[in-house]
Write a protein that binds this ligand. Structure first.
Ligand code: SF4
Length: 459
């Protein structure tokens, strides 16, 4: 999973891009980078680590002058965790300097890479994003044509920001797996993975970049917007609403907070026979679902955990050791809130099950009487090929155990997953049909062709 941002026609382009990346930090904590252009020669600065540690005033104001910028925060698995794969990727080719930042996973990467290698291409990175740069460099025609022709060759998930001189381009694959929004601040357009990054820097969300759309922005105006491929059917990732996106973002046209409250309300309906003293969230993603549950069930909402905000999200750490350490550092229960109580505990999802088990253990250690564990999505039974680093099937607890087996493993009094029907209802607003979501990690039914040769890597 990654976060991307683009800023155009602004004297403070790199400063705004870094503030946007800070807002998107939850989408990737391993590396961050910014490319600027428009004043001097195109330049890219990137490093491993958190945005706040990489970009200071000296770097932003003195080393990254420009009126247009693109930025990227990255998460990947440990095997590919290195500066060489940090984005944006800047190249100098027949078309001049071009830089690209990508969120998603290009599923036909190996096939295209092989074709490019046979034509003599040289690869510097191990990331799938690099093939797009080769395709762009080998294409002919206008900037719009070379981007569109290159994207037509790709399969899978790709939300992109591309910078060429003063032109900022935003593009989204025809399924629209990953979010990408258009915003505006004064005379500058912003393109971002999430609307919260636009609003944090003082801008306004305008609309989503459509699935299959390429939008080109120059000198504070939209120069061109067109569909490089007509979408047959949208397949936006429903897990964005469950877990990945910020609660204050508008994702796929719906406020994430609103979707999460509804998930909690539907969970309360599914668990109407449960009696409990309090309902409490696993921070942060469980917060609004627990609020919705509390309102719908009239069970008192309580915050029973203190979260250490200086520890990153456990799910997006690249190794089990780091995940283990992060989980115990991150959350501590408040004994006075939970001691002797029967609680409904709400979390977003169970992936491997180890983090949930540890949380439940520490709640028992401080004297919780009974735990009804509720998840705001169905059991995750299949891996994601569209840019979210869910582990392979053998490591997914729900792929290999029944709900009763999981309940026993977790040692809880009841275990409830939101049904897929209820999840889709919670994430749908009136104008949308049910078929707009990808829910393959809950159903195993992938919206694109998946075979043993299909590439799976995040970003
Ligand atoms: S498989 Fe799951 S995580 Fe991946 S895009 Fe589909 S819904 Fe999202």
């Amino acid at each position: 999973m990654c976060g991307i941002i683009g800023v155009e026609n602004n004297e403070n382009a790199s400063v705004l891009a870094s503030a946007g990346l800070l807002t998107l930090q939850h989408r990737g904590e391993e590396s961050a980078g910014i490319t600027v252009s428009g004043k001097e020669k195109m330049k890219t600065f990137k490093s491993m680590g958190l945005v706040s540690r990489i970009f200071n005033d000296e770097i932003l104001l003195n080393k990254l002058p420009g009126t247009a910028a693109i930025g990227h925060v990255r998460y990947t698995t440990s095997s590919k965790s290195s500066l060489i794969n940090a984005q944006p990727f800047q190249i100098n080719c027949i078309h001049g300097n071009i830089s690209v930042a990508h969120n998603g996973n290009i599923t036909n990467f190996p096939q295209i890479k092989e074709m490019l290698l046979k034509k003599g291409a040289i690869f510097n990175h191990t990331s799938d994003t690099e093939i797009l740069l080769h395709l762009i460099a080998m294409s002919k025609g206008s900037l719009a044509n070379i981007v569109a022709n290159s994207m037509r060759k790709l399969e899978g998930a790709f939300s992109l920001v591309i910078l060429k001189d003063r032109t900022l381009i935003g593009a989204r694959d025809e399924n629209g797996f990953r979010p990408l929004v258009l915003g505006k601040i004064a005379n500058s357009y912003i393109i971002s993975s999430e609307s919260s990054a636009v609003e944090v820097i003082g801008g306004k969300y305008i609309r989503d970049i459509k699935p299959g759309e390429i939008i080109m922005i120059e000198n504070g105006r939209i120069k061109k917007s067109f569909l490089y491929k007509k979408p047959k059917k949208q397949n936006t990732c429903i897990f964005e609403q469950v877990y990945f996106s910020r609660s204050d973002s508008i994702v796929f046209g719906q406020t994430v907070k609103e979707a999460r409250v509804k998930m909690g309300e539907y969970l309360a309906q599914q668990m109407k026979n449960i009696k409990a003293d309090i309902v409490m969230p696993v921070p942060d993603t469980g917060y609004f679902a627990a609020l919705g549950f509390s309102r719908a069930s009239n069970i008192l909402f309580e915050n029973g955990f203190v979260r250490n905000h200086y520890v990153g999200r456990s799910f997006i750490k690249p190794s089990q050791t780091l995940r283990d350490l992060t989980a115990s550092l991150k959350l501590r229960p408040i004994k006075e809130v939970v001691y002797g109580k029967e609680i409904v505990l709400i979390d977003d999802s169970i992936v491997r099950g180890t983090t949930s088990k540890r949380l439940i253990n520490i709640l028992k250690e401080v004297g919780v009487k009974k735990i009804h564990f509720a998840l705001s999505c169905p059991p995750i039974i299949s891996s994601c090929y569209y840019g979210i680093d869910t582990p392979s099937k053998e490591h997914l607890i729900a792929a290999n155990n029944s709900i009763e087996e999981m309940r026993k493993y977790l040692s809880v009094d009841s275990l409830t997953f939101l049904t897929l029907d209820n999840l889709v209802k919670a994430c749908s607003f009136s104008s949308k049909k049910d078929d707009v979501f990808c829910a393959a990690c809950f159903t195993g039914k992938y919206p694109t062709k998946i075979s043993k040769n299909t590439y799976k890597e995040d970003c």
